[in-house]
Design a protein around this ligand. Structure first.
Ligand SMILES: Cc1cc2nc3c(=O)[nH]c(=O)nc-3n(C[C@H](O)[C@H](O)[C@H](O)COP(=O)(O)OP(=O)(O)OC[C@H]3O[C@@H](n4cnc5c(N)ncnc54)[C@H](O)[C@@H]3O)c2cc1C
Length: 408
């Protein structure tokens, strides 16, 4: 798989292609999302084959598959719950990077307790009218659509009166405001809906059954299963990012020039290997490297377990929570080890530092990883309840209508 992908890249990479053309070519060759089903732009590839493809892209240092929440969650949600018509309408734009999507779940009063959302959906003929606020919406500014969970029936119990839509963000009733983080980036946003509209044809769940699709989305998010090969250089998907019609050669130069912080979390292990360790690495640091490696290996095996569950047509369960904890565990060890290896330089920031200041930037970004996608504490609750059979977390009577549930 590695050799054939390298060969394909030699034949097809051309600096003057636009990003749109390049992603279309990758998609035609089924190299963007090899693990997706062959019916939908994939090749039912194994994890090993995907890794080989990723390595070929990385070694060739060319632009890789479109990334983002649309391909991570939107595509598997559409494949699992969408109608045939929705699949035909949405999947091609996601697979070719023409659209980026975001996840409109969390609200100021509904994060860990996500089923408490109060964003309102009211039926109006063939459409729904949406009013309310979402928060922490990653990438909303670069998104064409969003996966929205909204409450349509306040007389139903908390988990029952919800419905799931894919909403068009390019409309007057949607306002997106970026939130600045301590690492200097504005990765996520507040999103306000004021009489925004979504067609009933864009409803993914049955009315009142949005929680099932929401829970499955969180499973896809945690397991990260549907992500593309992700070898090669990452460029954000979607027309709002403004890259689709630029030549890929020019984009590579652009990304290299602004590459010091291409990714807030990923790839730190490989970064750590490039830190010049002049004083040598001590025994304790060696042990940390080993635990990082062990964590990665266990995560890969858990990933395989989830993949085989999904092949049977089932959604990932508590294993997805285990996967998320492996991820944050690895990041935490990497962060501490990175700062230790840097010594006093760890206190500085800037692109002129070893490995372009990535470790320090990562240090400032890491706390959010333990919260994103459901906090680590909440993942432990899920594992405790679903896998270990521990007593359930305190909750109100699941039959109480949402309007009567005491609010904070
Ligand atoms: C980087 C980042 C990106 C994000 N992207 C998105 C996005 O794209 N879309 C989206 O919808 N949301 C997104 N989120 C929101 C994220 O899902 C929520 O922040 C998260 O679910 C926690 O909710 P909260 O912030 O309301 O905290 P709270 O739920 O108020 O929790 C506060 C603290 O209490 C703890 N806690 C809460 N309940 C329990 C419990 N039952 N048992 C034990 N401890 C508990 C939590 O672990 C946490 O430490 C993102 C968050 C981050 C940090």
């Amino acid at each position: 798989m590695y050799q054939s992908t390298r060969h394909w890249l030699e034949e097809n990479w051309n600096d003057s292609l636009t990003l749109r053309q390049w992603w279309q070519l990758m998609n035609d060759a089924r190299l963007s999302f090899p693990r997706w089903p062959s019916a939908w732009f994939g090749q039912d590839a194994t994890k090993e084959d995907q890794n080989e493809i990723a390595r070929a892209f990385a070694d060739a240092a060319v632009i890789g598959a479109p990334s983002g929440l649309g391909v991570l969650m939107g595509a598997p949600v559409t494949m699992t719950f969408g109608t045939e018509e929705q699949k035909q309408r949405w999947l091609p734009s996601l697979a070719t990077g023409v659209e980026g999507w975001c996840q409109l779940f969390s609200e100021p009063g509904a994060g860990s307790d996500l089923a408490s959302v109060t964003c309102r959906a009211e039926r109006d003929g063939d459409e729904w009218v949406i009013n309310g606020q979402k928060v922490w919406t990653s990438g909303a500014l670069h998104s064409t659509r969003g996966m929205l969970v909204a409450r349509n029936d306040f007389d139903q119990p908390k988990h029952k009166g919800l419905t799931y839509f894919i909403i068009d963000l390019e409309q007057p009733g949607v306002e997106i405001r970026p939130i600045k983080q301590m690492n200097g980036a504005a990765h996520f946003n507040e999103v306000f809906f004021s009489d925004a509209r979504v067609s009933d044809a864009d409803r993914v769940s049955d009315i009142n059954n949005g929680w099932a699709v929401t829970a499955a989305t969180l499973g896809f998010e945690r397991s990260g299963l549907s992500e593309g090969a992700f070898g090669g250089v990452r460029v954000p998907a979607g027309k709002q990012a403004g890259f689709l019609d630029r030549p890929v050669g020019e984009l590579l130069e652009y990304v290299k020039a602004s590459r010091s912080h291409p990714d807030e979390y990923g790839g730190l292990l490989s970064t750590l290997r490039t830190i010049p360790v002049t004083a040598g690495i001590n025994e304790i640091q060696k042990q940390k490297m080993v635990s990082l490696y062990t964590n990665e290996r266990i995560a890969e095996m858990t990933h395989e377990r989830i993949a085989s569950t999904m092949k049977k047509g089932e959604s990932p369960g508590a294993e997805a929570s285990t996967m998320k904890l492996h991820w944050t565990n690895g990041l935490r060890i990497s962060r501490d080890l990175g700062m230790e290896l840097l010594g006093a330089e760890g206190m500085l920031t800037g692109d002129d530092l070893p490995v372009e200041g990535k470790v320090q930037h990562f240090f400032l970004s890491m706390p959010s990883a333990s919260i994103a996608g459901g906090s680590d504490e909440v993942q432990r609750n899920i594992i405790g309840e679903k896998s270990l059979g521990l007593p359930k977390d305190a909750q109100t009577d699941p039959k109480t209508p949402f309007k009567d549930v005491p609010k904070n």
